[in-house]
Write a protein that binds this ligand. Structure first.
Ligand SMILES: [Zn+2]
Length: 91
């Protein structure tokens, strides 16, 4: 499989006078990675210093965050890039 930029192909189909299959054939290949999905697992809440220890379900990286900011700023894992939308079975 070869991934191409559909926006570029769409523009070239409008302005270039050659068959669509040639435009698709000549379109530049792009690099892409599948989007990873995960969720934060809470390891421990530390009420004495208002922190929470959390772990990414995709890469098992652990972080210690303030209870006041956790959930507000971390909608992805800074280690593996997984989107924290709770859908770890999504493709
Ligand atoms: Zn991760």
């Amino acid at each position: 499989m070869r991934l191409i930029d559909a926006d570029i192909v769409q523009e070239q189909v409008k302005i270039i006078d050659k068959p669509a299959w040639m435009i698709v054939r000549d379109a530049p290949t792009i690099e892409a990675e599948p989007v990873r999905h995960g969720e934060w697992g809470i390891i421990e809440r530390n009420f004495h210093n208002n922190t929470v220890d959390i772990m990414c379900t995709e890469c098992d990286a652990a972080f210690c965050l303030s209870m006041f900011t956790f959930g507000l700023n971390y909608n992805y894992c800074p280690n593996c890039g997984a989107k924290m939308d709770g859908d770890s079975h999504a493709v």
